[in-house]
Design a protein. Sequence first.
Length: 456
Amino acid sequence: MGTMSPVTTGTITGALANAAMGWAGRWSEPAVRGRVAECVLDHIACVCEGADSQQARYPKWIADCQFKGACATAVGGESLPAALAAYCNGQAANAIDYDDTLVGHPGAAVIAAAVAAGESANASLGRVMAGICAGYDVHYALTAAGWPSRARSSLVRGIGVWESVAAAVAVAIVWQLSEAQVVAAVNLAAVHAVPPYVAKWYERPVPSVKNNLGWAALGAIWAVEAVMEGSCGIANALDGPQGFFRIAGSDRWQWPPGIEAGTPAVMKVAFKRFPACWHIQEYLGAVSAVVGEEIEERATVRVDCAVPPSLMRFLDYRPTTPADVAFSLPCTIALVVVGAKRGVYWSDPAVFESSAFRAIVAQSKYRRGRTGRIQVRVDGRATEPVRVPEPDYWNPAPWGLSSAEVRAKYEALVTARVGGEVARGAAECLTSASATGGLGPLVRVLRDRRLQVRGG
C-alpha cells in the first residue's frame, strides 16, 4: 500500500488514487497474477466470439469510417488510435453477455482499455496486468461505496458509469502516471462516463450497444490522454453530497472501511458458463445438468420454471433483436435444451425457427414464485424439482467457471477462430513466469483477419 501524500490527503478521490497505486502492486502475487491471466483469457475469448455479432458491427463501422491513425489493434486486425481500438474491443467483449461479472462487467472496459493503452506505449505485460488489477479493485470499491438503496436501484443503476473511472485508472497505471495524475484522471473520467441505466433500459428491445462498455473504455483513454495534455475535470469528483455517486444514479455514498487491504477484486470475479445475463446463469446451469448434451434427439421436453419477483423481467418470450436473447429466460433455456453452441450462435435466427426450439418454448411454463425452482420433463418423465440458488453478487467466483473451465472456454472460442498456434501463444504469454515481455502474442490474436466483423 502506498503512503498518503499531501496531494491525496483528506478526500475520497485522493484516497482512491492512493489505494490504486497499492492495488496495482498486488498483480505479482502468484494467486492474483493467475487470476488476472484468467480475466484476460476470458476477455479475449469473449472479444473473439462477440466480434461476429450484430451488436459489434456498428462500433467497428464508426472506427473504420470516421477515424484515422494507428497505434493499437482492434479485433479483426484494424490499426486504430488506442481509444478506438479499446472501443471496438470493449463492445465486442460485452456484445453477447459472455464476459466476466462482479457487480457489473469490469473486464470489458478495464481490459480493453489497458491492453490498447499498453500496445500503444509498447508497455510490458507486467505493467498491463498491474493496470488491470488496479482497475478491477477501483471498480469494486466504487460500486460498493455507491451501491443504491433497493428502492433507488429499481429506478436507476450505475452500470457502465463506474467502469469508466476504473478503466481510466487502469490506463493511468499502464502509462505510469503519477498519483496526482491518477487523481486528475479520475476527475476527468467522470465527465466522460456513460449515463446510468434507468428503468427504461429494462424494456425491450435491449440497446444494441448493451451496457456501452466500449464507450467506457474509449472515454477512459481519452480522459487520461487529456490529463497528459494538462486538462482537468471536476475537482474531487467523488467527494461531497453532490459527488459523482449522484451522476451514477445512487442515493448512497460510503467508502467501505478497510477495503484498501481487502481481497483483490479479481479473486472475486466470476466467469460465465453461458452467454446470458448473470442473474439467470444458475437457471441455465440447472437445466443443463439435467438434459446433458443429447437432449435434441429426444421426443418431448418441457421445462417448468418459477422465478422470484426480481427476475420477472427475464420472462420475455420472444426476443426482438439479437441483444435481447441474453435477457430472455425462456429463450436461453430452450437454447440449452436444443444444444445450441454457446456463443454468437445463440442469436442466430435459424435456431429460433427450428421446430425443436419452437416446441420447447411452446411446451414450457414460466411463472412467478417466492424462490427460483426448475423441473424438467423428458418424454413425460419428470425430474425432481431443483431449487435455484441466488449467487453472491459481491463474490460470485464460486458460482462461475473454474480455472480449467476458463481455459476450455478460451480454447473453444479462440482456437476455432484463429488456430491453435496463435491461441496457445497468447495463453502461454499470460501464464509464463516472466512478465517483462510485450503484448505481441495477445495482439496477434486480435490482429487475426479471421476475426473481422462480417456484414454491415
